[in-house]
Design a protein around this ligand. Structure first.
Ligand code: IFM
Length: 409
């Protein structure tokens, strides 16, 4: 990115939300759900061993022990001068069995939210971030209509017990990615490869969101409710090649627009999770990325893409919050520039009239990166895998200064 872009200070609007994002399963530890069961399964371990990988590096286990260390984590968020935090609630903790509601778990999350409030942090709360109680998965998970009814009972409980401390509700995290990875591409449990199941799960997730939206609004008429969507920037690898253009349209439709089109009358804001540009190729040669411009996971760093995504999503005419943006960068050599460049494009979008109201860095801590296990390091704070000690990376100070000054210098 051209440094001329940063010759002068860039100020963000007053009241802009600055935060970090986390999710329950990825940091809390000690959870039993469909993911924890799958991770430990023999089939999964064998597949990993065949690839020369150690299955232990792919087990969430105690994660970052945040279920016990949440006050420390909230203090870290405060140390960043952020004014908000995105946290998750784990359904499987609240309803470990179909007919058991765990009062201790509910009280725990009440305390987490109250502690966040005590620290003047606005709370963005994700009710479902891909993981499910084991009993629900055994009933057929999201391909069954009953999942919607079960989810809504869980939402009722959250509304009544925790709703007063929730500023922004995220009913579902990246539902299209979940439906795709779990039921079509098969990367996530239950590892299915069926377009039919993918469609069923998608439709049930859409229904679940719409009904949850109505329930939350019945109780709290002024609530802010939405989903987050993984909104990466898709491009055909060859702009002149019609099949790749069509491929791009299909992927962008299923990846971004389908869900928002269906729920557009049932959202108060747009939640954007942006990470990278994805070039869609159908035939070789496949694009090779310059290694200076990729993350530890090989994802292309493409800040401009965030601007295009914000432009595209502005058509829904809702306030936009970037609820995830970050990179895996263990050495922390690229993180400051990454944040700075993405924020440059956020600001450009705002100055062109797009109503962006917040930015949340993913993630506060190094955490469990799902099927990629423990190696990707997204955190502003590193976490020792044995002692759980949190250690600040230099980019945390950099981000803290942005949050403090509401500007980039
Ligand atoms: O870690 C995930 C998160 O759970 C959902 N959005 C993308 C992140 C990075 O892959």
């Amino acid at each position: 990115m051209n440094n001329e872009n940063f010759e002068k200070e860039i100020k963000f609007p007053d009241g802009f939300l600055w935060g970090t994002s986390t999710s329950a399963y990825q940091i809390e530890g000690g959870i039993t759900n469909d993911w924890s069961e799958w991770e430990k399964s023999e089939g999964r371990s064998k597949k990993l061993e065949k690839k020369g990988k150690n299955p232990k590096d792919y087990i969430c286990g105690k994660a970052c022990d945040s279920y016990n260390r949440y006050k420390e984590d909230l203090d870290l968020a405060v140390s960043l001068n952020s004014n908000s935090i995105r946290i998750g609630i784990e359904w499987a903790r609240i309803q470990p069995k179909k007919d058991v509601w765990d009062v201790e778990a509910i009280n725990h999350y009440r305390d987490v939210l109250q502690e966040a409030k005590k620290r003047n942090l606005k709370t963005v709360v994700t009710l479902w971030h891909w993981t499910n109680p084991v009993w629900l998965a055994r009933e057929g998970g999201w391909t069954k209509k009953s999942a919607v009814e079960h989810y809504l009972k869980y939402v009722d409980l959250i509304i009544e017990n925790l709703g007063g401390n929730i500023d922004f509700w995220v009913t579902l995290n990246e539902p299209m990615l979940f439906a795709n990875y779990s039921y079509f591409l098969g990367y996530f449990p239950p590892n299915k490869h069926s377009f039919f199941k993918f469609k069923k799960a998608t439709n049930n997730l859409i229904k679940a969101h719409i009904k949850a939206y109505e329930k939350i609004h019945n109780f709290f008429p002024n609530a802010n409710v939405s989903i987050t969507n993984l909104s990466n920037y898709f491009e055909p690898a060859r702009k002149w090649f019609a099949p790749e253009q069509l491929f791009k349209k299909i992927v962008a439709y299923y990846g971004i627009n389908k869900f928002f089109n269906k729920i557009n009358n049932y959202i108060d804001f747009i939640g954007v999770d942006y990470y990278r540009r994805i070039n869609l190729s159908l035939i070789p040669p496949f694009i090779k990325r310059d290694k200076d411009n990729i993350t530890d996971m090989g994802w292309e760093i493409f800040p401009e893409g965030l601007f295009y995504v914000l432009k595209e999503l502005s058509k829904y005419k809702k306030p936009i919050y970037i609820l995830e943006n970050g990179l895996a960068d263990e050495s922390d050599k690229k993180r400051m520039q990454f944040i700075k460049d993405h924020l440059y494009y956020v600001h450009k979008a705002i100055s062109e009239g797009i109503d962006v109201r917040g930015y949340f860095y993913w993630s506060l801590l190094d955490n469990f990166e799902w099927d990629k296990g423990w190696s990707p390091k997204f955190g502003l704070f590193a976490v020792d895998r044995d002692t759980f000690e949190r250690k600040k990376r230099p980019s945390a100070d950099f981000y803290a200064e942005i949050c403090r000054s509401n500007s980039i210098k």
